[in-house]
Every structure is written in structure tokens, then in C-alpha cells.
Design a protein around this ligand. Structure first.
Ligand SMILES: Cc1cc2nc3c(=O)[nH]c(=O)nc-3n(C[C@H](O)[C@H](O)[C@H](O)COP(=O)(O)OP(=O)(O)OC[C@H]3O[C@@H](n4cnc5c(N)ncnc54)[C@H](O)[C@@H]3O)c2cc1C
Length: 400
């Protein structure tokens, strides 16, 4: 079996590693001249860590990871704790995996460094996909094409494969824009605690966490905005703009923001869940099929889970690709749709505008923290519980 992957981001690269580990031939087609990621951090939650274990790259992940001690909810003005989810031994044992922070370039390298030479084709933009009698064919901007048993669109939120095969649909402006920055700390913890910290305030929230072994703090500062005016998807912003937008927030954040050199502003768009993402021998993976708001820290995690499940589905039923793709979709679509919709809902609860609403929310967080810390704040017990390796263990149905 041969699988063509369009897009060499985190999802496409994870799929390539998962397929190769199962003896399936693959090729990646990436429009950029080389593998690359934006200079920012990413939180990898236990469900996604389990997927990385299933792909066989757990040791490499641990070597690049920062281990936060807790997820902490903080008041935007006083820094008082609204909730605390300990991420220590008990948490790791409960989910059979840790919660880690990692620089995005390190995560991409985890998947790409072991790829055999010759399977990655750079500087090729996919312009369309067509079905063939035995499989599918991807078409590229230089006039070349690639035929395989399966073509997978892992080409991100503005997926060309999705547009060509499933039709173009408009992206939804979510009413949020976010500032992203990395601040070098030299390992000195004087601005924020080495936790995953959620600072919640009126119509905005800020997430701060350490990456690069504690050498840098990653900042994601999300604010509501009536419209996204920049022409590009991400654009440069200034430290002054970020400081002005978060004026009045706690002094630790102000000091951290003052140390920022380079800031990027992103408009946050998403889409409604798809009804189907399999057509013949073509399917989608990651942001191409389920773009989501980053408020549950799950976009990359969902792409990595998809990668393991799709590789297992194809390896389990090599003689019946339509059935293998149907199994992949049945396993993944309901879960990713729920995560997409719940991430949207978090945008509302993190940003409650009035002091009364915030106080009621925080009292509820405190109640849940007393009863079961794992269910408080971002309330992601159901996300982290999922183990994509269980799909691999499940027997594939008999082919007709
Ligand atoms: C502010 C912010 C914070 C986030 N934080 C987290 C987090 O903490 N945890 C988490 O799990 N997720 C997080 N995410 C989400 C995560 O970044 C994405 O979901 C993830 O990167 C998607 O990976 P992907 O491989 O599906 O797509 P992408 O990373 O977009 O990769 C797509 C690749 O396809 C290539 N490509 C595109 N079009 C073509 C074409 N026509 N032909 C060939 N190649 C093409 C692109 O160049 C790119 O390399 C965050 C997102 C944002 C915006």
C-alpha cells in the first residue's frame, strides 16, 4: 500500500512516522521549501502523549519536554488562584501519560528527524485531487502529479484537498484575536510560576507556560475583537499594542510582556464539524478537517491522535481501503466534533465580562476543585481519558 500525504505539518509528519512504523510506504508533499513551524510553544496533553507512545516516539518526546507542576487558573488582576489541577505522579498514573509543554519546532523535529531521505517533497503546492480506478491522484502547481492507494489532506486550516474534494466552505471568524510571543528567561522564574497558567479576565484571557526546559515562557494572550482587519492569517504586532490591550492586568504579566521582543497577532477562525471527511480513496487529517479554537489546547493533539488511528486502520485492513477509511472516520469524527464545539464554548466561559459572572464561575471552579481537581477549570477529564491505542488493540472487522 502507498499513501500520499499533502502537508508536512505536525499532523502530516506524525502520520508519516505512524505509517512507516507499520510497514506502509508513504510520501509527503509540502509547499514550503523545508519543514518549519512558527516560533511558539504547544501544550501536549495526556491523550496526545498516548498517541505519541503508540507511534513509538515517547522517549524522544520526553527528551524535549518541559514538565509543568500544575494547571493553575488565576484572577487577571490579583493573580489569586481560582483553581489548581496538580499534574504530578497521581495525574500521570491516572491518565497513563504526562501533560507536557514543548516548542513547536521540537515537536515537528520529533516526527521528521527519523524520516528516510527521499520521501519528503518540498516546494510543491497541491492544487487538486482526483479519484482513479485504483486509488487517488494529487495534482501540483508545477504540473506534476502523484498517484497512491490513499491521498490524505493534512494541509491545515485552509486545506486545498478539502476544497477540491469536499467543496469550499467559508471560515468562521470567531471574534477572537490572539498575541503570541516567546520570552527568554534564562531559566530564571521571576515572572510567572512554572505551571500552565490561565489568567481569566473580562473579554480576554492569557495563557503562560514554560518551554525549552524552562529557558523560555510562551505567551498566548487572547482578546475579543469585532473584526479581523489584517489581510494575512498571522501578522506582526508590537509589544506596546499588547501592553495596551492588557493594561490593568496583574503586574507579573506586565513585566513579562515588557520583555517581549517579537509579537505575532493571529485572527482565530474555525469551522463547523464536517459530516464526512472520506470520499473514495481520499481523506483528511488534523486542521484540514477539524480546525478548532485553541482554548482546550487540542488542535495538534487531535492531529496526532488522527495519525495513529488512520495508520492503524490502514494497517488493519490493507485489502479494503474504503472500509479502513470508514473505520477511521467513525472513530475520529464524533470525538473531534465534540472537541471543536467545546473549545468554542470555552471562549465564552473564559471571557465572562462582569464581576458578578466571573465570581459565580470562580466559585463553581472552587467547588469542583474541592470535589475532584481533575474536573475543574478547563474541565478536560473526558479529553485526556481517551486512549487512541485502544483503537489499535480493537480487532478490525472482517472484510466482506
Ligand atoms: C494560538 C494557538 C495556540 C495553539 N496551542 C495549541 C496547544 O497548546 N496544543 C495543541 O494541541 N494545539 C494547539 N494549537 C493548534 C495547533 O497549532 C494546530 O491544530 C496544529 O498545528 C495543526 O496541525 P496540522 O498538521 O493539521 O496543520 P498545519 O500545522 O497547518 O500544517 C499544514 C501543512 O500543510 C502545508 N500546506 C498547506 N497547504 C498546502 C498545499 N496546498 N500543498 C502542500 N502543502 C500545503 C503547510 O505549509 C503546512 O506545513 C494552537 C493553535 C493556535 C493558533
Amino acid at each position: 500500500m502507498k499513501v500520499g500525504i499533502i502537508g508536512g505539518g505536525i499532523g502530516g509528519a506524525a502520520l508519516a512516522r505512524a505509517l512507516l512504523a507499520r510497514g506502509i510506504e508513504t510520501a509527503i508533499f509540502e509547499k514550503a521549501p523545508a519543514f518549519g513551524e512558527v516560533g511558539a510553544g504547544v501544550q501536549i496533553t495526556p491523550n496526545a502523549v498516548k498517541a505519541i507512545k503508540g507511534i513509538g516516539l515517547y522517549d524522544g518526546l520526553l527528551a524535549r519536554a518541559f514538565h509543568p507542576q500544575a494547571i493553575v487558573g488565576r484572577n487577571w488582576q490579583s493573580a489569586a488562584e481560582n483553581f489548581r489541577i496538580p499534574l504530578g505522579e497521581e495525574f500521570r498514573a491516572h491518565y497513563d501519560a504526562p501533560f507536557i509543554h514543548i516548542h513547536r519546532a521540537d515537536l515537528l523535529e520529533l516526527f521528521t528527524e527519523g524520516l528516510p531521505p527521499g520521501i519528503c517533497h518540498f516546494g510543491l503546492t497541491c492544487t487538486g485531487v482526483e479519484q482513479t480506478p485504483q486509488g487517488a491522484r494529487a495534482l501540483f502547481d508545477d504540473g506534476s502529479s502523484f498517484e497512491a492507494d490513499v491521498i490524505v489532506g493534512a494541509d491545515g486550516v485552509r486545506s486545498a484537498v478539502r476544497g477540491a474534494v469536499f467543496g469550499e466552505t467559508a471560515m468562521r471568524w470567531t471574534g477572537h484575536m490572539c498575541y503570541r510571543a516567546l520570552v527568554p528567561t534564562g531559566g530564571v522564574v521571576d515572572h510567572v510560576s512554572p505551571d500552565s497558567s490561565f489568567w481569566m479576565g473580562p473579554n480576554a484571557h492569557v495563557v503562560t507556560y514554560y518551554v525549552k526546559g524552562g529557558e523560555m515562557v510562551n505567551i498566548v494572550a487572547v482578546a475579543e475583537a469585532s473584526e479581523w482587519v489584517a489581510e494575512s492569517w498571522s501578522t506582526r504586532a508590537s509589544r506596546e499594542e499588547m501592553l495596551a490591550r492588557f493594561e490593568g492586568w496583574h503586574g507579573s504579566l506586565g513585566r513579562l510582556f515588557a520583555d517581549v521582543d517579537e509579537v505575532f497577532a493571529w485572527g482565530l477562525f474555525d469551522r463547523d464539524p464536517m459530516e464526512s471527511w472520506v470520499r473514495g480513496h481520499v481523506t483528511l487529517l488534523g486542521d484540514a478537517c477539524h480546525p478548532m479554537l485553541p482554548f482546550l489546547s487540542q488542535g495538534a493533539g487531535m492531529a496526532i491522535e488522527d495519525a495513529l488511528v488512520l495508520a492503524e486502520a490502514l494497517a488493519g485492513m490493507p485489502g479494503d481501503i474504503p472500509q479502513a477509511l470508514a473505520r477511521y472516520q467513525a472513530e475520529r469524527l464524533p470525538r473531534t466534533a465534540r472537541v471543536q464545539l467545546e473549545a468554542r464554548e470555552r471562549g465564552r466561559t473564559y471571557h465572562l465580562p462582569t464581576p458578578e459572572e466571573m465570581a459565580a464561575r470562580d466559585a463553581e471552579y472552587a467547588r469542583r476543585a474541592r470535589e475532584e481537581p481533575r474536573t475543574t477549570g478547563i474541565n478536560t477529564d473526558w479529553v485526556y481519558d481517551y486512549d487512541p491505542r485502544a483503537f489499535a488493540a480493537a480487532p478490525a472487522p472482517e472484510t466482506a
